[in-house]
Design a protein around this ligand. Structure first.
Ligand code: MRU
Length: 366
């Protein structure tokens, strides 16, 4: 790609070695505000408060948190290995569903472990964050090319949540396909689910598509079935927080409903995800931990109370789509269609070392 997704300077995660800058996703689209993280605790807070969100982005950010903890321990004359393990344990607790978090933390611990002394551990961790950002660009670009090749010319695509540069620190996964596809004249129009309750679609995807000049229509989540079954959508493309060994996918709440509607309407349903989102330890979707968020996010819209203040409410942040409803997994090592355990295992094995959680663990044990 000559131009990175149409917005070459769009870098929502900026790693400066001594601190990390994050484009605050709680402030968008009203304000472009940056958060500075100087410690692992700052990073943990930014992930928990969803100032940074999206599976790959929280993984990279967490690795930066470990790098900051190592640097601080070295500076203060404390045990660097202990600081790394304590920071990794703390960061691992921030959000449970996206496996990229565990993957990146395991990579950071593995990278530090093989270094001979505290100074080189600090240097290696700082370099790892740069490397993860660079790898994410390469990964997103591979996904974008592979995914766009699956779409018909003039495609009208529906997407859910936000899977763009904000969610990966690079081009994006599902939204990367859409942006790249639009640049190639393949994608003509995008339907953007608002993605209640946190409104990632309305607030973030609409903002990213607007900046990239991709034509879109924002729709209420409840309108998706009508658009899909009336022939106005040629493909649905979403991201993933964790892909199980059998191809079941955990993604933003509402994804499962879209997959069921797509099967009913005969519309292809694609999931775009790098190998770092695959967790081969998890046999199927029933074993994926689902984050339960505050009921207040359901009672309120944009902070404004729209229900009785004491209305009992449930707020699972993700749901699980069974592999049988997924037309293809679009990954950074190729398209897996239909997703089956053997095809997934082969694709993950084909990825380089550290490409997936299992591989990072193997590296750590070596
Ligand atoms: O709760 P979020 O906003 O972190 O959830 C994000 C998603 O569900 C995305 O679809 C997923 O992380 C993939 S991002 C490339």
């Amino acid at each position: 790609m000559t131009e990175r997704g149409g917005t070459p300077e769009f870098r929502p995660i900026v790693w400066q070695g001594e601190h990390l800058l994050l484009l605050d996703q709680t402030a968008l689209p009203q304000a472009e505000r940056w958060v500075t993280c100087r410690t692992a605790e700052d990073v943990a807070a930014a992930i928990k408060e969803m100032r940074v969100r999206g599976a790959p982005a929280i993984g990279i950010t967490a690795a930066a948190g470990v790098a900051l903890a190592a640097r601080q321990a070295w500076h203060d004359g404390h045990d660097v290995d202990e600081a790394i393990d304590a920071a990794a344990a703390m960061l691992r607790q921030t959000r449970p569903t996206a496996v990229n978090l565990a993957w990146a933390l395991e990579r950071a611990q593995a990278v530090a472990r093989v270094q001979p002394d505290p100074a080189t551990k600090v240097q290696a961790l700082a370099a790892l964050v740069d490397q993860l950002l660079a790898e994410q660009w390469a990964s997103d670009e591979a996904i974008a090319r592979a995914g766009a090749a699956l779409l018909p010319r003039g495609a009208r695509v529906l997407t859910h949540c936000n899977t763009g540069g904000l969610a990966t620190g690079a081009l994006g996964t599902a939204l990367g396909i859409i942006r790249w596809g639009h640049q190639q004249g393949i994608v003509a129009h995008v339907y953007v689910d608002e993605s209640r309750p946190w409104l990632q679609g309305a607030r973030l995807t609409a903002w990213e598509l607007g900046r990239a000049g991709v034509p879109y229509t924002l729709i209420a989540d409840a309108a998706a079935a009508s658009f899909i079954t009336s022939g106005q959508v040629d493909a649905i493309i979403v991201g993933a927080d964790r892909v199980a060994a059998n191809g079941d996918v955990a993604n933003k709440i509402g994804t499962l409903g879209l997959a069921i509607i797509a099967a009913y309407a005969g519309v292809p349903f694609y999931v775009a995800a790098p190998c770092s989102s695959f967790d081969l330890h998890v046999p199927d979707g029933s074993a994926i931990p689902i984050e339960q968020r505050s009921p207040d996010e359901v009672r309120r819209v944009g902070g404004v109370l729209v229900a009785p203040p004491d209305a009992p409410a449930a707020n699972p942040a993700f749901d699980v789509t069974p592999a049988k409803l997924i037309t293809a997994l679009v990954t950074d090592v190729g398209v897996i269609s239909p997703p089956t355990p053997d095809r997934i295992a082969a694709a993950v094995a084909a990825g380089g070392p550290s490409h997936s959680r299992l591989r990072a663990e193997e590296e750590m044990r070596a």
